[in-house]
Design a protein around this ligand. Structure first.
Ligand SMILES: Cc1ncc(COP(=O)(O)O)c(C=O)c1O
Length: 470
């Protein structure tokens, strides 16, 4: 289901969620400038109703596939306050490390709701996962199977495992976000995967081979890579069944359902075609699930193996599509300057790549809105940059390769102290933030239906900067 904006409002608005009232941006009913005054900036603002709505949309997409398990990819944002809202919405969770497993358990997820990825898991992390009795540990190499077996033997507990398959599937996402290419660091190649599966079946007293997993990458704009991945998994499942009689209990098709970062297209033309297509992706979970499950059903019918398909749980690991547009980063303009040589106005904010790493790593576009004067036409051009003592800490493409707009559009005459909202900053932002330059990491608040505001992360103090230093 695609969201419709009010044509009389800027295209970034979302009725009932991101709105303009009295010239101020409101987030689920809370005045963004008032939040900035009360909690200071930079400030992450999350909306519980928006998280719930995103999850409801995913569940709805899955409704006509009886056995679908949604595991929120907590790497996208693993704040406890976010995890609790996700858990209360009725879905499960994917973790990527012992630390994320710890967070998921602390947030109240039951072991059977948790599955674990990870490309260099330590023996300790594997032991923690096996002891907890989680739904699946996704194996990333033949070596890792041996390691899991060893730990399972030592703990005298059988481990649930899934083989993470690399099927040479490319996507039209940023190369850094593609994870199923033969050249990527993830997973097990098809030939190796068969060897691993046979060994796991042979050692069934130590491991329960529960499934196959493929994650094609993040922000995947098309359905084709999913089709290829699903087909590859299905082939492995059939092969394993014919070779050994072993029946897998799930197929995991990973995450990657995209978010449209260019709902407001005011600056879309200033972004090169490749990144623009990726950032404006509109593929929905429903389209993806219908196409992939449909294709496998057809091939199952052909192979006379529909029974196998009906037994399967289909697992998905959505991250970005749950949390990206449920988060807004509020930042204040702290400095301004004019360069007569270039005729450009600069705005220096208190949020840099220490809070939006993807902006410099992948030239990610986050739409900027003046929260203090949201109804004023955004037609003046500014060079924008963060506060870090690093020339790369800018909101434009430093290499001049057109992957981001050179300037940001805001109202004319922006003054120091005004609050700028960076939209769609819920995913892969707070989860990656650092205290670089001795900048205390910011607070985060969760807004709920009744406009109530809960601090889910307090702002670091200077003392916190020294935590763990001896
Ligand atoms: C294994 C795995 N699953 C799920 C995800 C979540 O992807 P997304 O946030 O694009 O849904 C990722 C992120 O790349 C991942 O590595």
């Amino acid at each position: 289901m695609k969201e419709i904006s009010d044509p009389k409002q800027p295209a970034w608005t979302i009725p009932g969620y991101l709105e303009i009232r009295n010239n101020h941006l409101h987030i689920s009913g809370a005045d963004a400038e008032a939040l900035a005054d009360r909690f200071d900036t930079p400030l992450f603002v999350f909306s519980a109703p928006r998280i719930r709505a995103n999850i409801a949309r995913l569940l709805q997409a899955a409704a006509h596939h009886a056995r679908l398990k949604l595991c929120y990819a907590s790497k996208a944002n693993n704040l406890l306050g976010v995890l609790r809202v996700v858990r209360d919405s009725g879905i499960d969770v994917e973790v990527n490390s012992g630390g994320e497993l710890f967070r998921a358990i602390r947030a109240g997820f039951a072991p059977e709701q948790i599955e674990m990825n990870g490309i260099a898991k330590s023996e300790q992390e594997i032991a923690e996962a096996i002891s907890a009795g989680i739904y699946a540990i996704n194996l990333d190499s033949p070596f890792e199977l041996e390691l899991v077996e060893r730990v399972a033997e030592r703990l005298n507990r059988r481990a649930n495992v899934t083989v993470r398959l690399i099927a040479g599937v490319g996507t039209r996402s940023h190369i850094g976000l593609q994870t199923a290419l033969n050249t990527s660091k993830f997973g097990i190649s098809p030939l190796e995967a068969r060897r691993v599966m046979l060994r796991a079946v042979k050692n069934s007293h130590l491991v329960n081979l529960a499934g196959v997993h493929i994650h094609v990458g993040s922000q995947t704009p098309d359905v084709d890579p999913y089709l290829q991945a699903f087909t590859a998994m299905w082939e492995h499942l059939l092969w394993l069944h014919s070779e050994t009689g072993h029946r897998l209990s799930h197929i995991n098709i990973g995450g990657g359902i995209p978010v449209n970062y260019l709902r407001d297209r005011a600056q879309a033309a200033e972004i090169g075609e490749g990144p623009r297509t990726m950032l404006a992706a509109q593929l929905t979970a429903a389209e993806m699930i219908d196409a992939t499950a449909g294709a496998v059903r057809a091939s199952a019918r052909e192979a006379g193996a529909e029974g196998l398909l009906d037994e399967l749980e289909i697992v998905m690991e959505p991250g970005r599509s749950v949390i990206a547009d449920a988060g807004t980063l509020l930042t204040r303009v702290r400095n301004e300057k004019f360069r007569p040589e270039t005729g450009e106005n600069w705005l220096l904010t208190d949020a840099g790549y220490n809070l939006m790493l993807s902006m410099v790593m992948y030239q990610w576009y986050y739409h900027a809105v003046n929260a203090s004067r949201a109804a004023v036409p955004h037609v003046a051009r500014y060079k924008m940059a963060g506060p870090l003592c690093d020339g790369g800490d800018v909101y434009f493409d430093l290499h001049g390769e057109g992957r981001l707009p050179d300037h940001r559009l805001l109202p004319g005459d922006v003054k120091v102290g005004e609050v700028i909202a960076m939209l769609n900053t819920g995913a892969y932002t707070a989860a990656q933030m650092t205290a670089y330059n001795g900048r205390p990491m910011p607070a985060a608040v969760m807004i709920d239906d009744d406009g109530s505001v809960e601090v889910i992360r307090r702002r670091d103090s200077y003392e916190d900067l020294l935590l763990n230093e001896t």
